[in-house]
Design a protein around this ligand. Sequence first.
Ligand SMILES: [Zn+2]
Length: 379
Amino acid sequence: MDPLLAYTTEKVPEITDWIEQLVKIESPSSDPAAVNRAVEFVADRLAGEAEVVRHRANGFGDHLRLEFPLPGRRKQAQVLGIGHLDTVYPVGTLASMPFKRAQGRLWGPGVFDMKSGVTYFVFAARALRDLDIPVRRRFVVQLNSDEEIGSPSSRRYTEREAKKSVAALIAEPSAGPEGNVKTARKGGGGFRIGVRGIAAHAGLDFAAGASAIVELARQIERVAEWTDLAKGITINPGLIRGGTATNTVAEEAWAEVDVRVPRKSDARRLERKFASLKSFDRRTQVRVEGNLRRPPMERNRAILGIYRLARKLSRELGLELGEAQVGGGSDGNFTAALGLPTLDGIGAVGERPHSPGECIYVDRIADRVALIAKVIAAL
Ligand SMILES: [Zn+2]
């Protein structure tokens, strides 16, 4: 058996213990104190084993930078592992969705996205250290606390580390039951379309009014038509509010629109189109805010190069590593946009992230941790 795989197989009980403890520390992005309990768990456990730096972030939990001393002489540049400790589940979710081990799986809030992925980085580093496998690069792991809400405060740390790195490994959930990595992700963001009309009594004074709701409805029709499924562009007006009473011509209305694009050129074009929205009824005012802050991760040569490397290493473990293209974004979008070879979805193999059925497969823990270690050593 491959020596790394033999090591990680033996460590599975310890790895699942770590995951259990992390899952039991609930850590929604919106609750900095809760996220910081997860941050403290990791920082405490790794004291003496990794160099730990905490970046304070206003309004969010802290972001952690971990540097693992690994075997091998002089190191040049670094490999960057990126994970996040926040989840989408509010504190209290454990009551209805407790951590459990059953049917060959681990279950619980954030187990797949990505308390397991974070744990895999730690054990991949331990494997390289304990087996004395030489590594040419420094290995730095950054754990963000705000990824699930678009990484507003951690993005600059991610980009700063990315610029010093030769490659980024993103411990996001893999795709599909076979554990495919993600070689393309859509970019995205959101726009808020606000309309101010003129209020009037709907019975006494209708003609004096200019309805913000009618105007907004027309704007929504217009932007929704920019969806182009053949190009993978989706425009989703997902939230809408407006008006005060049925017998009043509405003075205010607004909608929030989720936009996803696979190509940078489409992102820029759509930003211009949103910015140039004009009112149909000149008596109303249309105001647009927002942008496509997450750039697309395009399936380019840098991405394919690191994917092919991982696929080759995966064969040493007796597995064929597939790839997938997905709509959702991650911190990998930021590293890929800087031209960095980015291997995303290298985290756990499992099912149904962000849902009550979220789980990972126990029999895919060992090979995944071994694969991460192999990629670090090969870069
Ligand atoms: Zn995630």
